[in-house]
Design a protein around this ligand. Structure first.
Ligand SMILES: [Mg+2]
Length: 232
């Protein structure tokens, strides 16, 4: 028996493209260096995560602030209202988000396999993350009892208690579990600290860290190829 535990953002679907498209729409210019834009936006995303998870700050407000900070640091032309507008545009794009056909096929195969159990471990504000479960149609493959949103439990990634909660839910031991995620410090460190296997989606081509995941992929295609092979 094995358990496969997915992060949502930039793992089950690619969030990065939507963030940049929303910014370009509002600013009316092309973002000159996409990887740098994403890298700054994501650095800002690690700040205030606790406030977001506790519901003190809304996802919309924090995204507006992250956008304005990113615009400012990149020297892009913006007014203080643009961050909020970009956050609106991003939410609008998110309402049309979908899994890729290959990801759906991989999940179909896992769901049909009696020796595989599926779960989700995602960080963020409760409502916002549960909306993504609905919009991406994840109920088709994941039992809601096996979905943990950090905003619901008051513990942040990479705390090993989150992994222990999943082990209990699935009735599996650490060596039977695989974490699939894009954030090395949150998803992969948590998995390694918990004695789990891991697949790191290294979308930003970051240098390989000292403590290695079991597998590293760099694109959605590489990820779904690995998943479709059954990998573990
Ligand atoms: Mg993620």
């Amino acid at each position: 028996m094995r358990g496969i535990v997915f992060d949502i953002d930039d793992t089950l679907y690619c969030r990065q493209d939507m963030l940049v498209i929303a910014a370009e729409k509002v600013l009316g210019v092309k973002v000159p260096d996409r990887p740098l834009f994403i890298s700054i936006f994501y650095e800002k995303s690690d700040i205030n995560m606790a406030g977001l998870e506790s519901g003190e700050i809304s996802t919309h407000d924090i995204n507006g602030w992250r956008y304005n900070e990113t615009f400012r640091l990149l020297g892009l032309p913006y007014t203080p209202d643009d961050g909020g507008k970009a956050a609106d545009a991003y939410l609008e794009l998110q309402s049309h988000m979908a899994l890729s056909e290959d990801m759906k096929k991989a999940l179909d195969a896992f769901a049909a396999d009696p020796d595989t159990k599926l779960a989700i471990l995602t960080a963020g504000e409760s409502n916002h993350q549960w909306n993504k479960v609905v919009m991406l149609g994840l109920d088709k493959w994941f039992d809601r009892a096996n979905v943990i949103v950090t905003g619901d439990v008051g513990i942040s990634k990479p705390d090993v208690r989150l992994c222990r909660m999943i082990e209990e839910k699935l009735g599996l031991t650490p060596d039977e579990l695989w974490m699939i995620g894009d954030n090395y410090d949150k998803d992969i460190v948590g998995a390694i600290d918990s004695g789990w296997h891991s697949v790191w989606i290294n979308r930003r081509n970051l240098p390989l860290p000292e403590r290695l995941p079991d597998c590293e992929v760099r694109t959605d295609d590489e990820l779904t190829q690995l998943l479709l092979k059954g990998f573990a």
